[in-house]
Design a protein around this ligand. Structure first.
Ligand code: PLP
Length: 419
């Protein structure tokens, strides 16, 4: 979409509402319409030829920077509008591509940047689906994938130095569901020491785009499950990738056209409509979560609360202070009494809902070992610290003291049930 930028620099909260959509191109509509067309009419056969030359990289893009529209699997106005609004939210980004889920974004990055004979390094734990994707599709295709424990710089350096034909590093920080942080700057420096330099991709779903800015720490790609905070209401599946270098995004758009996993027009419109409130929601959710986490940490039935403001490990504190502005709204608790106690806690919740996913305005609570991360082997789960007693809480925008009461009541009820 043709850009309508103010003549002076504006901050992300302003840019998300003022850039990237020109009402004059849509009969003056203040909100973008949904363009549900699967195909686009060319004004001449020459224009059609030029559009295909451009999309195949044989001719430069048109002077307004927008690719000519051809067919909605390649590109469509609502994807472009959402992408134009995502860019100002991600510090350091110059281009974005939207996908029809977070997994679609991740698989497109992996297949887009791994070439025959190549290898990758990834931090563990990752979201269970991502780890499963590596085991079920990436490794059987012949790519070597080296896992390093999240937050372990020494292991990261060794893996990056030793991996043959290393093409990609994938970091999820903080890691889902242990909240362990990995050092983005350190991984970027490891990448820079290799020739050719591998691509560094960071899954920023848990803290971005508001609290953590991987591109400013040397990452090449930022990946999102936009189903989470960007979408914000648990009613949409979407994914996004952003980069400083538009050529990386151009490459992913080419892959996206072949894989057919672009975000559809209606979903792009919904995602776009949520972007102006992402910082408001994330700030409120993070404040709620911090108040709750710090109180639950003193609860006698809770062995441990995993949450960035409660880190005790000096290295984790160093990484947090270097790259995370606020602790975010995901926390995990380890409840005394193992799986039975964890399940009782879930059963007795009245406000928090026992559901997977995270980042929505409603509080969601789950047991990762038997749900989101159940594809992993017992050995991988243990190595990652995803125990039977671990419960993950995604804190929403409800009043924090109602949530705290709900959690303490559920802990007490669970206890009574077992007396
Ligand atoms: C950190 C992280 N990355 C990626 C994904 C996958 O995203 P989606 O469910 O939108 O495909 C998830 C899903 O929970 C996630 O938590």
């Amino acid at each position: 979409m043709k850009q309508t930028k103010p003549s002076y620099r504006v901050r992300p909260e302003t840019a998300v509402l003022t850039s990237g959509f020109d009402p004059q191109l849509s009969v003056g509509a203040a909100r973008p319409p949904v363009y549900r067309s699967s195909t686009y009419v060319f004004h001449s056969p020459e224009a059609a030829e030029r559009a295909f030359e451009t999309v195949l990289g044989r001719a430069p893009a048109s002077s307004d920077g927008g690719a000519d529209l051809i067919y909605a699997r390649l590109n469509h106005p609502n994807a472009q509008i959402a992408e134009d609004h995502l860019v100002p939210l991600e510090r350091g980004a110059d281009a974005a591509a939207v996908f029809n889920s977070g997994m679609a974004a991740i698989v497109t990055v992996l297949l887009g940047f791994l070439e025959r004979g190549g290898s990758m390094v990834y931090t563990r734990p990752l979201y269970g689906g991502t780890q499963h994707l590596i085991h079920q599709i990436i490794e059987p295709l012949g790519f070597v994938a080296h896992a390093v424990p999240a937050g372990d710089n020494r292991a990261m350096r060794a893996a990056v130095e030793q991996a043959e034909s290393l093409q990609l590093i994938l970091i999820e920080t903080p890691a889902n569901p242990t909240l362990t942080m990995s050092d983005i700057r350190f991984a970027a420096d490891c990448c820079a020491a290799r020739d050719p330099r591998p691509v560094l991709a960071v899954d920023n779903t848990l803290l971005g785009p508001t609290f953590q800015h991987p591109l400013l720490h040397g990452a090449d790609l930022v990946i999102y499950s936009a189903t989470k905070f960007l979408g914000g209401f648990s009613d949409l599946l979407a994914g996004a990738v952003l980069a400083r270098d538009p050529r990386l995004i151009q490459h992913l758009r080419g892959m996206r056209a072949l894989l057919g996993n672009i975000l559809q027009a209606d979903e792009s419109w919904i995602l776009d409509s949520r972007l102006s409130t992402v910082a408001l929601r994330m700030n409120r959710q993070s404040k709620n979560a911090q108040r709750i986490a710090e109180r639950l940490a003193r609860h006698p039935k809770i062995r441990r609360v995993l949450y960035p403001s409660l880190f005790e490990d000096a290295d984790q504190i160093r990484i947090r202070d270097a790259q995370a502005e606020f602790p975010g709204s995901l926390l995990s608790i380890e409840i005394d009494g193992g799986k039975a106690a964890a399940f009782d806690f879930l059963r007795n919740l009245r406000i928090g809902r026992n559901a997977v996913s995270l980042g929505g305005v409603e509080t969601l609570v789950s047991h990762p070992r038997t749900t989101t991360h159940s594809e992993l082997s017992a050995e991988e789960l243990d190595a990652a610290g995803i125990s039977d007693s671990l419960v993950r809480i995604s804190v929403g925008t409800e009043h924090w003291s109602d949530l705290l009461n709900d959690f303490t009541n559920a802990l007490a009820a669970a206890d009574r049930g077992r007396e």
